[in-house]
Ligand binder design. Sequence first.
Ligand code: MV4
Length: 681
Amino acid sequence: MINKLLIANRGEIACRVIKTAKALGVKTVAVYSDADTQARHVKMADEAVYLGASPSKESYLRGELIIEKAKQLGVDAIHPGYGFLSENADFANLCSKNNIIFVGPPASAIEAMGSKSAAKHIMENAGVPLVPGYHGDDQDEAVLKAAADDMGYPVLLKAAAGGGGKGMRQVWNEKEFSAALNAAKRESMASFGDDHMLVEKYLTRPRHVEIQVFCDTLGNGVYLFERDCSVQRRHQKIIEEAPAPNMSQDIREKMGEAAILAAKAINYVGAGTVEFLLDEDGSFYFMEMNTRLQVEHPVTEMITNEDLVQWQLTIAEGKPIPKQQDELTLTGHAFEARIYAEDPNNEFLPSTGTLHLLKTPEESDVVRVDTGVEQGDEVSVFYDPMIAKLVVKGETREVALKRLLHALGNYHIEGVSTNIEFLKRVASNEAFVNAELTTTFVEKHHDALFAKAEVSDHHKRITLPTIALLALLHRENTMKAKQSETARHLPVWRSAGAWRANMAHSETLTLDFGGEADTQEFNITHSKTTHPLAWQVSFDDVNVEVMGSLSASPDGDLILNAEVDGYKTQYHFAEKDGRFTLFNNETHSSFSVVLPSLGDDSDANQDANFNAPMNGTIVALLVEPGQKVEKGEPILIMEAMKMEHSIVAPEDGMVESFYFKAGELVDGGATLLSFAGSEKE
Ligand code: MV4
């Protein structure tokens, strides 16, 4: 009986395993490194033990330390998750030697699947279909070439010690064979210290279809149908789905039975995944077997309504698999999109930083977010930059896909680059919608997936004016807040075109959207309507009235209710260090306000403008003409629109003369004073 479970992992899978353990009343122990001291999985577990420094080999890969901690805490079982020690036969053996249940397959099964060529020999003997090819020990070039000639070109050279796409090379005709073979052997020796090669018939448009299998210690084995993981980039899965689209029941059953054959061939126990290449003609071929719970297991849970971690724990306790094959049903369709902190515009390199905005789609029985992070967490360089898995289901693939797109539209992250926009592109791509899936999907549709986003009419006529509205409303709020702090001397205007609250004349508002020269200027005039928070916004051929209000929801989300040219809708927004993010299901935009530069003295005076921005009354002259003043020092206060405003010195210097006395009325636009910068004195 498992009463206490240690999860030898981190991130979303650790949280996911803890969730099921808690539901079963199993006590949980988390492990953590320096970087994960405040991590979500540590907070979710009943207990947590420190392993060491952030690099995995100094923490999460320290098998002996993990065992030692497990024994100290009276742990019955260890769940390895995926990655880290999950397919480490030595660690599985170490658990057994210390009478700790390893929630996974026997070490012998892990070892058997560790070598791709050994795995193929085992499967060949078990009658599992393999891609036509040569997997022999005789590595003489003539033997390999003869095999290639016999099966016909194109062929694929694969490093026996390789995997996950490493050490593969296509050969399109016999003339290329010798050079390609020697290059592939050199690469394999350099990468894996071994240059054994397999030669296979190259399937040019295969699908990656994998079968979820479960075997118990009593000889039972079932498959929980299939997942299509064809949409990959450089062997990184992007979106997975279950079941595989357009999969016939006949092929499903044949593939499932082949997967069970494969599992039984290695006396498998626990959760396993048998990967196949599915060719266009419906034939399928064993690729490899993964001896762990896969990242994408949630789509299988969605269509079977089974908890696969609960199955793992049940089997690890020596009990039979919870259901027989004929009790398992496939209902609906599910997708999983992997949300990554990476930059699709920069070779998908990982993006690190603080998740200062993390707004996830609302969860339900059809929308699930498996994540290991919370708002404010750091995405570090030490680990896989996965932020979450977004999993949705629907009665049909079409419904599920619509839900996926909608949920992606409600996933908002600031602080790191993410692949969310890229995921939306994939999910809305016509070929994807039509389930035209092959492992070459991303390269085949590269231009569509990576084209620069066009500025839509909606973005130009609604979103951009809304962004200007947010900037203006936020300024108003800031002004009022400061006013209430009796900060009367507010440098609300410091030079032409600067920010001015409640002004009654036009100004230029410049917003910076990031990227080179990606700024937009807006001409703003205070609308003639009676509404105090309405403006006329114009740029290019757009000229609309905007109005709205800012508020906070009960759970603290900041909300903008906007009306642009009569179109009303609601947005969430965030602001941090002057950078704004505005978002709703249709929109996600980040920007900052470009304040006119007052920094360099050379143009301070040219830009500085001492004109009354509106009708008002001079309240006080704060310095004497000729008196030296410092940059930013208040020099005049006037009252306008029931608010006091001050003009501050744009630089060190002095007021030469004032043109009005305290108490005098001034017209908007009247020059109030003349100023000489210190350089000119
Ligand atoms: C293949 C293949 C086409 N023909 N074998 C890629 C990594 C490893 N899982 C095996 N892989 C492939 N083996 C033959 N005979 C195409 C791939 C392949 C691939 C397979 C599954 C998912 C994505 C892939 C991306 C590129 C190539």
